[in-house]
Ligand binder design. Sequence first.
Ligand SMILES: Cc1cc2nc3c(=O)[nH]c(=O)nc-3n(C[C@H](O)[C@H](O)[C@H](O)COP(=O)(O)O)c2cc1C
Length: 341
Amino acid sequence: MTRALISQGPLPGQDPLPPVDMSTRLGDLELPSPVVTASGTAAAGRELDQFFDITSIGAVVTKSVMLQPRSGRPTPRMAETPSGMLNSIGLQGPGIDHFIEHDLTWLSERGARTIVSIAGGTVDEFSKLAARLRTVRGVAAIEVNISCPNVENRGLVFACETGSASDVVQAVKRHSDPRMPIFAKLSPDVTDIVSIAQAVVRAGATGVSVINTLLGMVINTDTMRPHLAGTTGGLSGPAIRPVAVRCVWDIRQAFPDLPIIGMGGIRNGNDALEFILAGANAVAAGTVIFHDPSSPMRIHNELQRALAGHGFSRLQDAIGYAHRPADPEPEPDDDFDFITE
Ligand SMILES: Cc1cc2nc3c(=O)[nH]c(=O)nc-3n(C[C@H](O)[C@H](O)[C@H](O)COP(=O)(O)O)c2cc1C
């Protein structure tokens, strides 16, 4: 590994970082930084560790792992879109046993805080994944990717129905260590995301991760067929940021104290600040990692500068700041009381 590539803190020639307490809490889970990786965009952190010290960010959220190895969808699996990208990877992965033996062990030895994302096609698969993770060390939290088709219910995505979303979270909760923080990863492809958040919270979720990709499609105008072999794919990147910010905002309005990990099109510290102000306790870097593998560290540093620039000495004071009551109208100046038109 080329350790020389590793960057941490301000880059050479940059001003030192202003003193801001960047720690954040997600329920009982305390993180030194609010920046984490978005599932599926950083594998298990090994490649990123060549570019920056992965123990210095909040946590590595690993690619959603399933019970069995899976080769995913046929190619093409990616398409560029204006201000974003479409992917239809289809949850390619090595299966939980290989993941634990190779990736989780490595992350644990490296000292990274690890949030393990799990995915399944049935409630029973989610239960088995949770039970398997209960037997191992090095898991800081579980993220439950409920944006998968429920094979027992006409392939309807778990995250799009309150009942199925709640069934999955309840099952994961039942099979996990009672102290294990559980985050439900929500889909924006619903009419009322707050009702889904309500269902997963009632089912025992510690918090929510918002948002997963939006379902989209590209037609290749040369072949005059869908570009992706899987026909549709998940839209990510800056194009979805306003949708994601709105989802975080709505959930924070409904749940003043719920831990929220916000994501969707974050490219820099200012984008991250938008999510924090909307109510996110932590933020994830996703698609941006593909063209800037150092971005989680860079976004942390930029966010720290942006917070200091607004006069915050603690990240925690900025969480949900955009929800504060509007400033009162300024009192009319007495000197002008006599002026008439
Ligand atoms: C190539 C790719 C693979 C992804 N795989 C997963 C996954 O395995 N599990 C998951 O919960 N989300 C997955 N996502 C969604 C991201 O974690 C994130 O929610 C979404 O991309 C929005 O953030 P972004 O716009 O910053 O990428 C994936 C996204 C991309 C682009």
